[in-house]
Design a protein around this ligand. Sequence first.
Ligand code: NAP
Ligand code: SF4
Length: 692
Amino acid sequence: MTDTPAAPTRYPNLFRPLTIGGITLPNRSVMGSMHTGLEDRLKHADELGEFYAERARGGVGLIITGGITPIRSGDLMPMGARMATPLSVFHHRKVTDAVHEAGGLIAMQILHAGRYGVTPFKAAPGSAPSPIHPFKHMRMTESMIRRTIRAFGRAARLARRAGYDAVEIMGGEGYLINQFLCAHTNDRTDRWGGSTANRQRFLIEVIDEIRRQVPREFPVILRQSVADFVQNGQTFEEIALMARRAERHGVDAINTDIGWHEARVPTIVTSVPRGAFVKFTERLRDEVSIPLIASNRINTPEVAEDILTHRRVDAVSMARPFLADADFMVKAAAGRAEEINTCIGCNQACLDHIFVGKKVSCLVNPRAGRETRLVLSPTRAAKKVAVIGAGPAGLSAAVASAEKGHKVTLFESRDHVGGQFAIAARIPGKEEFHESIRYFRTQLAVKGVDVRLNTRASVEDLKEFDHVILATGVTPRVPAIDGVDHPSVMTYAEAVRGEREIGHRVAVLGAGGIGFDVSEFLTTPTGADSPSLNLKEWEQEWGVTEDLETPGFLTTPRPDAPLREVYMIQRKASRQGKSLGKTSGWVHRAAVKGKKVEQISGATYEKIDDDGLHLAFYEEDDKTGEKTLKDRRVIAVDSIVLCTGQESVKDLVGPLEAAGISFDIVGGADLAAELDAKRAIRQGTEAAAKIA
Ligand code: NAP
Ligand code: SF4
């Protein structure tokens, strides 16, 4: 591992060593378990090894692998990663060797998916099917339960043989063990269900079996759910009892876990306040003496240090922040926290990928998961590179080009950098986007990029450069609606930047990602008053209670009254919000519902005038395609905000071609139809990687 000062003054508690069983972590950071999509095939073992090795060199205290199942009935997906035979040991050796050579420590997480498996062979304790996964599961028989317990022990033994420094038992997130623990999913009437002791029996026997198969000094960590956020979830008394019993039976640390996958309380998306759930971890402090690890929405060294200083926990688990920046800890140690590429909780390239079977990467760090393929090797002949536009695509292109050693000039017509990110950061719940802008701004300075704000580059300006990267972005689309030039109409960019006065009754035209964002912006307090920055308001909005006796800690959601009366409208007849992210879309849909936004689909925009927005509704004959008018409606609104997509800005393409200047085009300027920050940042980095 790269040398880190023993106790840097800014984060003295984060950089204190921590002993868990027979190992000592050099600091109090744990890279939490996250499936990367590289675990499942032997051919990806080297890539996975390099992925973790880069994080080990970056100084993380302990890495925990993505979930590895102990037995076929526990697979997350068909042929998913399993630790059940000596052949698996060979596969995993490549990973543990890579991490150890990099000076790191790595634990293997043993996960049985139970009814959350996406396979037809899955088994679970109860009878109710998973509400979020396909396939019916088998109800476990006594002998299946026994076999599964033995499989957990075998997986731990093999993990040790494969060189892992510890194992973690996945006991949360609604997976098998959690399914045994909660009446929500455990309707058994035998010795594995019913009373609390019976529901806890499976986990206790798993711990005992693992302890039988590995020596006492080999660390066993329990990922324990401390708030299920489902009906009939565990009460605090049950959680505390489980923690005490786990310690007595030989668990060396508890890594706390929040919320089931099917929970309707967001637990990791960007709008969740930072460190929102530490209090659930802290409550176990009086119950056990083994280390307690807090998790969820901890994404900067400041937040980590604050938690370790003021809250009664021993370490912090961060999974996605180490995807966003492998060097998180070395940068923090060296007093360079401003240079950390912060995870913004968007889920777009990590969890959204996992749920559609794609390999994990990171929106703000496209090299994550592509460590061996997207390499910014230093140039031998520095070139003069011009980047036009300082949105996400241009910023990543400029920073990556400079990292390779090129001499970079960044032109931006506005007086600030950030582009669409600067707009997104003003949406309540998206404040984290400020961190990306801070990261890029710092990198521009550190890497010596010549930034020219308020400057619209002309072809004449660009003739002196060896290569140009066009990242001129997009402009909001103004649809051809009669009266669209009425004074009540504005673009989303004007509305969100505060350039126009917005009335009380507002129509939002377009129900894509930006229509949803703008609807939230119009109905919810922004800036310092955003619920994402105020835990009590956020808990009230989502129905989280601290009451120790409430099972699952769920109560009735009570969002504050909306600030405005909003109508969100689209032309398609389909349900709104279908295009939103797989793991975050439901949060946005629930948020606008909570704010009583009236959603209107299948509308035709007839005209806009002093009376408001005139809509017509037609019915189409399936056979002839003929349309019949069914209804008309005038919505008397004070303001109309256009969220009707974007057009690429490509003014420079023709002149650059005519002048024979070599250029690449990236981000929204390349393709506005699928405006996407993930693609923009990746394209910017790839364009830079190509410049020799
Ligand atoms: P979008 O998702 O393509 O939505 C554009 C909306 O405008 C659609 O509702 C479309 O619906 C409507 N529209 C398109 N052309 C129109 C026209 N000529 N006249 C009237 N209406 C028209 O684009 P976006 O909302 O601008 O978002 C841009 C990108 O950023 C998307 O890729 C989006 O996923 C992403 N984003 C995501 C999030 C998120 O997940 N939370 C947030 C912000 C942005 P109809 O054609 O049915 O009317
Ligand atoms: Fe974080 Fe988004 Fe990157 Fe995932 S994709 S690690 S949530 S910044």
